[in-house]
Design a protein around this ligand. Sequence first.
Ligand code: HEC
Ligand code: HEC
Length: 251
Amino acid sequence: MKMMWIRTLSVLAVVSPFFCLMMLAACSTLNSEPRTDPEPVAPSQVSDFGTLYAQNCAGCHGAEGRGGASFALANPVYLAIVDETTMHNIVANGVRGTSMPAFVQGAGGMLTEQQVEAITSGIVSRWGHKQVIDGANPPSYAAKAAGNADHGQLAFRTYCASCHGSEGRGTPKGSAITNDSFLALVSDQGLRTIVIAGRPELGAPDWRGNVPRQPMTDQEITDVVAWLVSRRAQNPGQPYSAMSEAQHSEK
Ligand code: HEC
Ligand code: HEC
């Protein structure tokens, strides 16, 4: 009995390394066999523009950037005036006081810096074409000077009232844009962006198209935005405004 045990053990001791090797070989052949299902990719490893855009942005900015609850990102005028670093920072950190979320992990989002980069450079390379503003002397993306709300009111009558009404309360050709519910949720830059780039997907003209052959000057744009912002500040009873929210939460 005792002998038998020793025999069995010694046989096992000799055989088992081979046995193990065989198992390993079997396992590795299994692994290298072609698989029908693609390996699941960790969310932070997704680098394909189409997937990243569809999963994170399309819900508000529309499939293929054509617009939805928020404006179309596939707006070549917009993409010609904004620089890529600015866009990257907006996507990374969001716009305070509006529904535009922060996407980068360091700011509470779910994406890596590389993914934010893949999205912004993809938007510019796919949907931008700078020639749209050739020879147009475009206004600067950000305001260069302080706006004058009184001048802005005059500019509004000239350039905007035909569609939005003289007080901005809306007409059949353009919606109300001086009411609480609109102004409370849009940033000052958001207003400027729309005035410059329009919302072509909804028939809103860019800064050149409000009055035929009379593009708005940079200062007129700044002033119109100042007037709209002054309407926001004067509207009583609104819960908060994008502007004051941004100031309060500034570190
Ligand atoms: C929940 C809705 C929502 C989602 C999701 C969203 N956005 Fe936005 N986004 C907005 C709103 C609203 C604004 C306008 C904010 C303002 O008033 O300035 C905005 C503004 C922007 C702007 C700035 C425009 C400017 O004035 O220069 C960029 C760029 C942008 N979004 C890109 C993206 C990208 C890229 C994604 C996906 C990674 C995304 N957004 C996801 C709602 C959203
Ligand atoms: C030819 C008509 C027309 C003119 C002129 C015009 N707009 Fe518009 N605007 C529109 C349309 C159409 C829309 C998109 C649909 C809507 O909101 O009514 C729009 C949208 C907007 C929006 C966004 C509203 C939203 O809900 O997202 C703002 C802000 C705006 N216009 C401001 C202006 C300002 C400021 C001017 C003058 C500098 C101006 N518009 C001139 C037709 C016009």
